[in-house]
Design a protein around this ligand. Structure first.
Ligand code: ADP
Ligand code: MG
Length: 343
């Protein structure tokens, strides 16, 4: 089911939480809505679900205006961050809940039992059907919540930070697994998260929101290669930002000039991700610097370098690079981005 938002607006009292958001989600696509807390992600999801009414614009499900479709007939499945499972029901009963209450598609008990087994298998929850929610892990609970949402064959799946409360490793496993489930079922999915890595790992397309507006959308590759603004550069994380001035399309940085052809003259910031920089002990074409810290990471070393003019920068190096605190050498700028400073 294709979903289309057209200039959707939502105001709470006098506060405008969503400002004319237009967005299309193709049938079978997995789109991540990514933005900081308060950027309007949940509000948009709730409007798609029909739990909240837009006060401007329109939402279409396929060719139909969604306003005409009551919530329970929208064919929407949800999972929220704290989706409380019914604690007094077993895992199997939780999954079956929607199938028993749905008005459409009445099923026999045998059909329901078969469906539960299929879902337990798909969710890798075999053998846990008779447990109670208090007897399974957080990651398993969220898989039960997803099974419950999927049980009624939704046309659209809405996921609001479903892994937000889980440990980093469990989150990573679950998103790989969700991607596989999506590939198998092909349900149109809108996934909300404030976690950049999660959005980039999981989605066909990422839509970045800030203060109730879409600020960029594209494939993970497009977003990573061409962040549209300083906000997105910062938000995607892990970047050095250096205040500078652009003069005639060039930005000054420690005595070097960096290409900034798209910028108007005036205050700007140079952004360098840790892998946009390289360290050389000998190549004097680079910017002279001193290592102030070496941070060992699995598979890499993060260096903190201070240039002779006092600029602190972080960069990544090979794990076996011979370097230590106080080593002298040169920074090489491999890639950079310059954005005009917003007033
Ligand atoms: P996100 O999910 O991106 O964190 P939300 O959609 O929950 O953001 O909220 C967007 C903004 O709207 C926030 O500033 C929030 O405080 C406000 N907001 C959300 N729901 C309500 C509500 N029911 N009443 C008043 N303000 C709300
Ligand atoms: Mg939210």
């Amino acid at each position: 089911m294709k979903i289309r938002l057209d200039q959707v607006v939502k105001t709470f009292d006098t506060f405008r939480a969503v400002h004319g958001v237009s967005l299309e989600i193709e049938s079978g696509e997995l789109v991540a809505l990514l933005g900081p807390s308060g950027s309007g992600k949940t509000t948009i999801l709730r409007m798609v679900a029909g739990l909240e009414f837009a006060d401007g614009g329109q939402i279409h499900f396929g060719d139909r205006n969604a306003t005409d479709i009551p919530v329970r007939d929208r064919g929407v499945g949800f999972v929220f961050q704290h989706y409380a499972l019914f604690p007094h029901m077993t895992v199997a009963e939780n999954i079956a809940f929607g199938m028993r209450t749905a008005r459409a598609a009445r099923r026999s008990e045998a059909q329901i039992a078969e469906r539960i087994n299929d879902l337990l298998r798909l969710m890798r929850l075999e053998g846990l059907g008779q447990r109670f929610p208090g007897q399974i892990s957080g990651g398993q609970k969220q898989r039960v919540a997803l099974a419950r949402a999927l049980a009624v064959d939704p046309k659209v799946l809405l996921l609001d930070e479903p892994f937000g409360a889980l440990d980093a490793n469990v989150r990573r496993d679950l998103r790989r697994w969700l991607r596989e489930v999506h590939e198998e079922l092909g349900i149109t999915t809108l996934f909300v998260t404030h976690d950049q890595e999660e959005a980039l790992d999981l989605a066909d397309r990422v839509v970045i929101l800030n203060e109730g507006k879409i600020v960029q959308e594209g494939t993970p590759e497009e977003i990573c290669r061409n962040p549209a603004s300083a906000f997105i550069m910062h938000f995607l994380g892990d970047t050095n930002a250096i205040a500078t001035t652009v003069t005639k399309g060039k930005a000054a940085f420690d005595g070097k000039l960096i290409e900034a052809a798209d910028c108007v003259d005036g205050p700007a910031d140079i952004f360098l991700r840790p892998n946009d920089l390289a360290w050389s002990p000998t190549d004097a074409a680079g910017i002279p610097a001193t290592i102030s810290r070496v941070l060992d990471r699995p598979g890499a070393r993060r260096l903190v370098a201070v240039t002779d003019s006092g600029q602190t920068l972080e960069l990544d190096a090979e794990p076996d690079l011979e370097v230590s605190r106080s080593s002298r050498g040169y920074l090489k700028v491999l890639r950079s981005r310059v954005f005009t400073r917003q007033a």
